[in-house]
Design a protein around this ligand. Structure first.
Ligand code: NAP
Length: 281
């Protein structure tokens, strides 16, 4: 048993969300002890929360993205609390770089047990204004990158006797949302790909599940909402949501932790909606 004491300011374990103390004893009873997880888009938002949460549960975490600084900051945050993490810079629109990021995980940590396909980009406009570039950009990251990460991970998970994959889709992948002809279609594709991957890998003891978040407070909104409209937009997202607030990234991380843990050992091909009730409003 490893006796290192981790003191995590993890969103998963913050007093505000759990009421528990911050320090955690790393030991073999942690839910992800001796597991290696690769998390695309792990430097910011939902991916960062998942990386911190998984590291706090004993996982060795490899995070991937295009920008160095958020990746390095997240890794240093995990290290400073005694967790194990590394990063690799890769563009998930490029299949070769997806493959290299998975090879880097093996060369750094030796194994791969968990894949979280979280990297994604968003954009919203009427169909009449959609360009080929909009289509190629979102599709290449949200769908192609995810499909090929899954492809390259499957043999590695299988060689470990099984493993788990979690795909981050969106509520916009389940319900038709105006202006989301590209984004919503990629996310609907993620839901479908989750089910196909689950069917194709069940005989290898690989479970594949998907989370469809509603409005989660992350930097993604800065990428497509003008700065002067952000506040009002977020207020309207909260108003539309039955629980009357946006979700937090750590709330998605806790769902991802459940899905990859042994607690969900009978779940595969499932779609978890996590949206403060938005889908029933
Ligand atoms: N926030 C929400 O309300 C919400 C709702 C439903 C679904 N989602 C989904 O949740 C996922 C995470 O988004 P988020 O909300 O946490 O926003 P975010 O903070 O913008 O996270 C997106 C992450 O993906 C990475 N990424 C983007 N393009 C990439 C590429 N080509 N290669 C590698 N990494 C790439 C980004 O890093 P770099 O820019 O450095 O590459 C970033 O770390 C996305 O798939 C998003 O569609 C979010």
């Amino acid at each position: 048993m490893v006796s290192a004491r981790l003191s995590f300011h993890s969103p998963c374990f913050s007093p505000s969300t759990t009421g528990h103390a911050l320090s955690i004893v790393r030991n073999s009873t942690m839910r992800l002890a001796n597991k290696t997880a690769l998390i695309s888009g792990g430097g910011t938002g939902i991916g960062k929360a998942i990386a911190i949460c998984f590291a706090a549960e004993g996982a060795r975490v490899m995070i991937v993205g295009r920008r160095k600084s958020p990746l390095a900051e997240t890794v240093s945050e995990i290290h400073s609390h005694g967790g194990q993490a590394a990063y690799v810079i890769a563009d998930y629109a490029q299949v070769k770089q997806v493959k290299e990021s998975i090879a880097a995980t093996i060369s750094t940590f030796g194994t791969l047990d968990i894949l979280v396909n979280n990297a994604g980009v968003a954009g919203f406009k009427p169909i009449l204004e959609v360009t080929e570039e909009d289509y190629e950009y979102q599709t290449s990251i949200n769908l192609k990158g995810l499909l090929f990460a899954t492809k390259f991970a499957i043999p590695l998970l299988a060689s470990q006797g099984g493993g788990s994959i979690v795909n981050i889709s969106s509520g916009a992948g389940l319900k038709a949302v105006p202006l989301s002809s590209v984004y919503g279609t990629t996310k609907a594709g993620v839901v479908h790909l989750t089910k196909i991957s689950a069917l194709e890998t069940a005989d290898k003891n690989i479970r594949v599940n998907c989370i469809c978040p509603g409005f989660i407070e992350t930097p993604i909104f800065d990428t497509f909402i003008p700065k002067d409209q952000l506040r009002a937009s977020k207020a309207s997202f909260s108003e539309m949501t039955p629980l009357k607030r946006m979700g937090r990234a750590d709330e998605v991380a806790k769902a991802a932790l459940y899905l990859v843990s042994e607690d969900a050992s009978w779940m595969t091909g499932n779609v978890v909606t996590l949206d403060g009730g938005l889908n029933i409003a």
